[in-house]
Write a protein of this length. Structure first.
Length: 230
């Protein structure tokens, strides 16, 4: 089966300007995602979807291809990842390049282990699965989460679990924001990824950081340094 990797990377990041090409431990951030895609040896093509020429140049320098310019309607703050991936799949098909499965890798995933991409591909091939993507566990039971009140106090979201033991509560997970495998037809159909038809690839919390703010970036640099020292 033919497999496509799509790395979305637009140039308009607001909270961390130019974050996709900002130096991270001496290399452009996006280069880590490209390297992981190449190192897993699964993909017939690694495509970066961008409207930004500097990002495109960096992507090509590190081994990806940029066969098209992402349309303006998919390059604004409101464009969804699903639409960007579906556009890349459809564009390739229009050129006669058909892929059975497609994996989206975020451009800001410097902790991504290529072996996890292989695991995701294996999980996708389980009977009945349409997607497989990275998740990680919450560090604290979500059933005992707190919120702030109008009077500058706190209260529980689920007060019925005030006296519940942590080990008796159902474990909860969240999207690890690294990669998303799916059958190409599922991407094109806009199917819901968060469903029983998706297989989770569970990552340890020590390998996960979602880089949206300067503080996240600092944390990612520390985590990367520690992982490389192991």
């Amino acid at each position: 089966m033919r497999k496509l990797c799509v790395i979305p990377a637009r140039g308009g990041s607001k909270r961390i300007p130019r974050k996709n090409v900002k130096p991270f431990h001496g290399r452009p951030m996006i280069s880590y995602s490209i390297q992981a895609a190449l190192d897993c040896r699964l993909f017939d093509a690694v495509v970066v979807s961008t409207e930004d020429e500097e990002i495109a140049e960096v992507a090509r320098a590190f081994g990806a291809t940029t066969p098209f310019v992402r349309p303006p309607e998919l390059s604004n703050d409101h464009a969804g990842t699903d639409d960007v991936v579906a556009h890349a799949i459809a564009w390739c098909r229009d050129q006669g390049d058909v892929y059975d499965a497609t994996c989206c890798i975020y451009a800001t995933a410097p902790l991504l282990d290529p072996a996890r991409l292989v695991e995701g591909w294996e999980r996708l091939q389980q009977p009945g699965k349409r997607f497989a993507f990275s998740v990680t566990s919450f560090a604290f039971p979500i059933q005992r989460a707190l919120c702030r009140t109008a009077g500058d106090g706190v209260e529980m979201f689920q007060p019925q679990h005030l006296m519940s033991r942590s080990q008796d509560l159902k474990p909860a997970f969240h999207d690890a924001a690294q990669f998303y495998w799916g059958w190409s037809e599922a991407w094109l159909a806009g199917e819901n990824m968060y469903s029983p038809l998706a297989a989770p690839v569970v990552l340890p919390r020590t390998q996960v950081v979602d880089i949206d703010t300067p503080e996240d970036w600092d944390v990612a640099e520390v985590m990367y340094r520690l992982l490389k020292a192991l």
